[in-house]
Design a protein around this ligand. Sequence first.
Ligand SMILES: *Cc1c(COP(=O)(O)O)cnc(C)c1O
Length: 237
Amino acid sequence: MERPSIDPSLEYALRRVEENIAEACARAGRDRDDVRLLAVTKTVDADRVNQVIALGVKQIGENRVQEFLGKKDALDLANVRAHLIGHLQTNKVRQIVGQVDMIESVDSERLAQAISRVSVERGIVTPILVEVNIGGEEAKSGVAPDQLEGLLEKIHDLPGIKVRGMMTVPPILTKESKKRAIFSKMYQLFVDNRAKKLDNIDMLELSMGMSGDYVEAILEGSTIVRVGSAIFGARQY
Ligand SMILES: *Cc1c(COP(=O)(O)O)cnc(C)c1O
């Protein structure tokens, strides 16, 4: 694909985010390579997505199956991994399996089974993360922390999926100490479940942190930060 012409303000915003990630890693005594930036591209047009890819972004995240499939052909994804990060309905599973490199938002046995079934049919194994509702908010998707272990036990040996870790969208908090406390709780859950070493589960990835809190998330052990508006600007719906 042709190299897109780069909007300098987009480049500036991306560099700022990358600097903040590097600083947070240094502050936490973590290796910079332990944390991956996933640029969240929902509502962003393909040309701007291709600009951040040209600037070196290696992972993108989309929320909606329809939106992603609608722009996928226009994206330069040759060296880029795409993750589905939004709530997935079982009736969309057929459309998305095989189209993304990871599904981060698996929060029920039924959904895991559907993804596994379609993946087996297509001869692939789909990497997934289990989404946890760490803040216990009613309107949010994700499995409750006390249901996580039960869900992992039910899905870990499904043949068409591979559990690679956990993801969360925590409540929006303003105080740094509160943000860190909730990420720390999530990290503890991650470590506890990693220690159980269930077959077919590689607890490698902890996807947490968005534009308003990715620094705190890195300080508390995140391995994937999902950053949208801090790179692309406020979303216009
Ligand atoms: C939109 C979205 C993000 C990115 O949000 P920003 O605040 O714009 O960084 C991250 N994760 C999920 C699941 C999202 O839906």
